[in-house]
Design a protein around this ligand. Structure first.
Ligand SMILES: N[C@@H](CCC(=O)N[C@@H](CS)C(=O)NCC(=O)O)C(=O)O
Length: 211
């Protein structure tokens, strides 16, 4: 791996969007320092490396700052010592794969809202929360029904796709945070068992950072 010591990823080891970036970094062979955001309830942008959205992950490269997982993964790909064949979301031009990408990302975002609502003490019978839970269930079921065909439609000569990494990070995070038991989703479980053998996945297991 290259050693660009000025490359710092700001995130959390328990965050699925952060894990997407860490898997990309490992697959692409890009080294980075890791800085933990200690408290997601902070409303100071300074605690999120200046991200006005108050979200993580963020990447600092020298004096430049990149907000959001997809931006960061693209920057890591530009910094990779060897080019890798990555299938980015904009290359998904058929409805099946494009919809799978959309739903994997939306499910990740919905899960964030559910977890943050829980943290804020929103009552379980809140109508919006109930709708979000139903939406998450619908999306995970759709992904379970369609992932196999979507993956078959991806370029076979790829090294990595944003769709696979997001799906893996989503499904494993649902289990890690006890948001949804996923063992009944056979296609998603089989995919995660397979993808989870990669060194990049094994090296980035979810855990809670020390406070
Ligand atoms: N669009 C952003 C979403 C990032 C995001 O939602 N991250 C979560 C952690 S996994 C977060 O910062 N949550 C804080 C909050 O919702 O207040 C990305 O792709 O990186």
């Amino acid at each position: 791996m290259t050693q660009p010591t000025h490359t710092t990823l700001v995130g959390r080891s328990s965050s699925h969007f952060t894990r997407v970036v860490r898997i990309f970094a490992a697959e692409l062979g890009v080294a980075y320092a890791f800085q933990v955001v200690p408290d997601l309830r902070s409303v100071s942008a300074a605690d999120y490396a200046g991200n006005p959205a108050l979200r993580l992950p963020i990447l600092r490269t020298g004096t430049t700052t990149w907000f959001g997982a997809l931006n960061i993964c693209r920057e890591l790909a530009r910094r990779a010592p060897e080019p890798r064949r990555v299938v980015w979301p904009e290359l998904l031009t058929d409805a099946l794969t494009a919809n799978a990408q959309e739903l994997a990302l939306q499910a990740m975002a919905t899960e964030v809202t559910l977890i943050m609502s829980q943290l804020a003490g929103t009552p379980r019978d809140d109508a919006q929360l109930i709708k979000l839970e139903k939406s998450l269930l619908n999306m995970v079921s759709w992904l379970d029904d369609n992932l196999h065909a979507a993956l078959a439609a991806l370029p076979q000569d790829r090294d990595l796709s944003y769709l696979e990494v997001c799906t893996f990070c989503l499904v494993t995070h649902l289990e890690f945070r006890n948001v949804l038991a996923t063992s009944g989703y056979r296609a998603l479980t089989a995919f995660c068992d397979d993808f989870g053998q990669r060194a990049s996945a094994l090296a980035t297991a979810y855990r809670y950072d020390a406070p």
